[in-house]
Design a protein around this ligand. Sequence first.
Ligand SMILES: [Zn+2]
Length: 176
Amino acid sequence: MRASRETLKLNYRPARRASTPHEKTASMPATPSPSAPLPCPLCAPDAETVVWADESCRVIRVDEHDFAGFCRVVWREHVAELSDLPVPAQRHLMNVVCAVELALRQLMQPAKVNLASLGNMVPHLHWHVIPRFTDDSRFPDPVWASARRIGAVRQAPSVAQLNEAITQSLNELTAG
Ligand SMILES: [Zn+2]
């Protein structure tokens, strides 16, 4: 249950199975087997709302009804761990995560910002940046826990608002 909830909350849509040449052998059934690997949903996203991007990473707004403003920072290259990156790239990624945190604090004044990097289901380096409110459906539990209440509904910041605030915060973080 926990794994399926995480999948749901991460909003990963089931990707269509890729047809690879090695699957098409005479002994294989006409339809791909259920155990065939799925394409990485962060390398080949189905649909995303990108609010900011550079050549290294992108920030997407995850349109979760219960968690307005939920953003995800996705490293462009398919690597599993933060420590797989060269140190300057690690710093850059964490600067972007921090800029998203600052942007969400400025735009939404949350009670807390949750940062999480799990990747157990999708081992492609990404960080969740989640503004939390005392009246959201899971507070003070993690967003992947069971709901405690019907959460208050909030309006997510627009793409333009997020882009401007992230750009400004990143400039300030890297200026000094
Ligand atoms: Zn990937």
